[in-house]
Ligand binder design. Structure first.
Ligand code: UDP
Ligand code: MG
Length: 313
């Protein structure tokens, strides 16, 4: 069943009934010029309009459709498309006609040099209520993750197939794929892409995405840094707290030795509080260690394995 293909295009769609037909037509033109074997995977993320019907009406055996029972979110849709994709290269794009299929060949060029290439909507055609928070979000993410690209949230991205098979997406982690890929040792490039205003349908995201996005940024960073050793972060905070309690106590003891009453001092309460907190942080870290160890998932990717070479001879 699994014939090798050059390219898989993965498109998550949620209530894009007015857009999918036109998007397919544009893709068809670009793909026939490209001269590569390809598949277009539409993942319908529980649309309640006629998106699925419109997709089913497309008569082209390169088009594959997966329809979710309900709306699970863009990350789940992408993750499903990634699992299905058989192309050596995988390109993801939004299904709202804001990303222009004519950029696809440029992703190919750039993927010669990189494992993944992220699009950058340098002239973003969205309301200012989106563009300003997005600038702030991108600067923060650049700073925290150390990945120097401009536009983490761009839906238009290109990958070599092994990258998409090795990043795990859930929640709203799709925004952090460049960081996840970078942490897994893949090279990340960037190209500027043209961006069109949304003509049909509505944007699915409002300001709430900023809060969720920020929480997810904390999670991905934490998972990357401390997944293997939770005690290193929680235990570290715990030790710091206990250490400060010891200092306070030394001070209190010296007062007490000099005959000064310490029983009614707020400082004593503080030192008790931070001792208890410190102990709790350390136990939290130990529980984290227990969970990580019992899962025992080898989280590394093997690039070269001489054993496999021997076996295949
Ligand atoms: N999308 C999806 N599931 C969702 C929300 C969005 O599959 O729960 C799709 C949507 O149909 C579009 C893409 O993700 O193809 C980007 O969404 P949108 O255009 O609303 O985001 P914006 O461009 O406003 O950031
Ligand atoms: Mg959009």
């Amino acid at each position: 069943m699994s014939d090798k293909l050059d390219l898989s295009i993965v498109i998550p769609v949620f209530n894009e009934g007015e857009n999918v037909g036109e998007l397919y037509n544009q893709l068809n033109v670009v793909l026939s010029r490209l001269g590569k074997t390809s598949e277009i995977i539409f993942v319908d993320d529980g649309s309640i309009d006629d998106t699925l019907k419109k997709l089913k009406a497309i008569k082209d055996n390169r088009v594959k459709i997966v329809g979710f029972q309900r709306n699970y979110g863009k990350a789940a849709a992408l993750s499903c498309g990634f699992k299905k994709s058989q192309g050596d290269f995988v390109i993801t794009m939004d299904g709202d006609l804001q990303d222009d299929p004519k950029e696809i060949p440029r992703f190919f060029e750039k993927l010669e040099e990189y494992d993944m290439v992220s699009g950058w909507k340098s002239k973003r055609q969205d309301p200012i209520s989106k563009t300003i928070p997005s600038k702030f979000f991108n600067a923060l993410t650049r700073c925290i993750t150390g990945v120097k690209i401009h536009d983490f949230n761009c839906g238009f991205k290109g990958y070599r197939n092994y990258v998409v098979k090795n990043v795990r997406l859930y929640g709203e982690f799709h925004r952090y794929i460049p960081a996840l890929a970078h942490w897994r040792g893949y090279t990340v490039g960037e190209i500027e892409v043209e961006h069109h205003p949304r003509v049909h349908g509505k944007s699915k995201y409002g300001v709430e995405r900023l809060f969720k996005g920020f929480l997810d940024l904390i999670t991905v960073t934490f998972l990357n840094l401390y997944k293997k050793r939770p005690l290193h972060i929680f235990g570290g905070i715990g030790l710091l707290l206990i250490f400060s309690a010891v200092i306070i106590n030394l001070h209190l003891v010296s007062l007490w030795l000099r005959g000064i009453r310490i029983g009614d001092r707020p400082l004593l309460m503080l030192s008790i509080l931070i001792t208890v907190l410190g102990a709790q942080f350390i136990s939290l870290g130990l529980i984290g260690e227990l969970i990580t160890n019992s899962r025992n998932n080898d989280d590394y990717i093997i690039k070269y394995d001489s054993y496999e070479l021997e076996n295949s001879m």
